[in-house]
Ligand binder design. Structure first.
Ligand SMILES: [Fe+2]
Length: 264
């Protein structure tokens, strides 16, 4: 097959089984996403989940997520976000790769190149942090990977997205992050992130990026509101990513959509 396919899923915000979140059942939403992926994209090489796996980091929420994701026919690679608890996450997902400092980040090799999966979680705060230790790890991975094509995945975007309520809790160390990345920018094919619960794409310093709606709840499109995050229940989605040596394509899929299909 021409393409390497993978799935981008984000911000599942699981709560303990039986509980609702903002009136919706995050676990049911994940089950629906998993069923859709298993039925429609069983040939995907892996599923990437870019953080906020659990809403409040409860151990039972991670166990519920683990059970739900076990139904997928492909490997799953998890990142943590600001809503996650790194300790509780690691106690449930025992095999989750971490770096030498215990951050949930890794370099994953796949057919087309390398995926850098980064940990921007900082306990107790909603904004993202990419501290000196993590920067040092990233610099070493970039150095080690020489000239190979790179894809990056992280929870917090390292730039503003034009939503004041979300930009207030963006990545705080964005400048230092950009400086470490700068010499390698030409070989970064795409950057995937979560956090903002909206479909957003564009480019940053020449690097194409995208994110996708979350599975449970969304952030409404409000380019002015700053003092609170405007929640919404726009349709959930996951992204289907297709990669070959010359292209990275990102298709958003509203997996709950049951509207009638017809011949055009
Ligand atoms: Fe989130």
């Amino acid at each position: 097959m021409r393409w390497t396919k993978w799935i981008h899923l984000t911000d599942t915000h699981l709560v303990p089984p039986g509980q609702l979140l903002y009136g919706s059942d995050p676990q049911a939403r994940v089950h629906a996403a998993v069923s859709s992926i298993a039925a429609e994209h069983p040939d995907a090489q892996f599923c990437l989940v870019t953080g906020d796996l659990a809403h409040l980091g409860e151990p039972s929420a991670y166990v519920a997520l683990q059970r739900a994701l076990a139904e997928l026919p492909m490997p799953v690679h998890l990142l943590i976000g600001n809503h996650d608890d790194r300790v509780a996450f690691r106690e449930t997902f025992l095999g989750a790769p971490v770096d030498d400092s215990g951050y949930v980040q890794q370099v994953m090799r796949f057919g087309s190149g390398l995926m850098l999966m980064l940990d921007t979680n900082e306990p107790g705060v909603a904004h993202g942090v990419y501290c000196a230790r993590r920067l040092k790890w990233l610099a070493a991975q970039l150095q080690f990977s020489r000239d190979e094509p790179l894809w990056i995945a992280m929870h917090h975007p390292p730039f503003d997205v034009g939503l004041p309520s979300m930009d207030a809790i963006g990545l705080r160390d964005a400048q230092a992050f950009a400086e470490v990345l700068a010499p390698h920018r030409h070989r970064v094919r795409h950057l995937f992130f979560g956090h903002v619960h909206r479909p957003i794409s564009g480019s940053w310093q020449g690097i194409p990026f995208s994110t996708v709606r979350a599975t449970n709840h969304q952030v409404a499109l409000d380019l002015h509101l700053a003092h609170e995050i405007p929640g919404s229940f726009e349709p959930p989605a996951y992204a289907v990513v297709l990669v070959d040596p010359h292209q990275t394509l990102v298709h958003n899929h509203d997996f709950l959509d049951d509207s009638r299909r017809f011949a055009l």
